[in-house]
Design a protein around this ligand. Sequence first.
Ligand code: C2E
Ligand code: MG
Ligand code: MG
Ligand code: MG
Length: 275
Amino acid sequence: VIKEKHRNNYKMFETSISENFKSMLTMESDLRKALQKEQFELHYQPQKNLLTGGIVGMEALLRWNHPEKGYIPPLDFISLAERTGLIIEIGDWVMYEACRQNKLLQGKGYDPVIVSVNLSAKQFHQKNLVTKIKNTLKETGLDPKYLELEITESMAMTNEHYILNTLQQLRELGVLVSIDDFGTGYSSLRYLSVFPVTKLKIDKTFMDASQKQNKAIVKSIIHMSHSLNMKVIAEGVETHEQIEFLREEKCDEMQGYYFSKPLPPAKLIQLLTAG
Ligand code: C2E
Ligand code: MG
Ligand code: MG
Ligand code: MG
């Protein structure tokens, strides 16, 4: 009997491995088709200036509108896209679309905002990244000062020479650079002071005030950003208390559900003011 049970368990185990493998392969081939079938969309989460209350930026966040599964969040497919290399094509699409839509908004007479685009490690390490971005800006007609690239600490803190060079070229182009999820990775303070980064994005985990040390961490990141001549934005702001605290500590900007979730372009437009 025991042997029988064992065999059944083993069978179940085997089935679940092959099912998982199958669904991964299906996902990979679906992902390949998604670009041609235009199943990707960008949603935008507005970023507010804490002093003026005006919308100064919007983060482009990728959504996959799968024909059977509905909206699939980026964290469920970005790593697969990285592993298969598809992230390059997807990333090119995101960059073009974000610049195109931002230029379109400006053409409609809204006060100009900065669009920020997330870059994955593979994208950031492309040898022709700067040329590609330059061409995208030219094709879409977007002024570089309205494009911000978000990189993560781990991407910035390896291969110092190459990164520094790439960041300098991007800054010369006039594009802005922020460090996303700041405080969750390993960054060296020396790199931070040397890299021409324009903004730090405080990771949303630090907004949790039930962890007492978080307030101290947020304070220090704000003060450090300003001493290094960078702007600072808080992510994941969900309550009024958090906003009060950020204002008191002179944080420049905020982004979070308290003000708005990421929205499709038609909904975002309703929040913008015509200038
Ligand atoms: P991220 O760049 O740190 O983006 C912020 C994430 O936090 C978004 O999740 C956003 O919806 C969520 N968020 C915003 N406000 C709040 C809040 O008040 N509370 C909470 N709990 N969450 C909030 P999303 O859209 O699921 O994106 C997840 C991650 O996927 C992003 O994290 C980014 O790393 C990655 N990602 C998204 N779009 C792209 C893309 O186009 N390219 C690349 N390479 N990665 C992307
Ligand atoms: Mg981001
Ligand atoms: Mg983030
Ligand atoms: Mg994140």
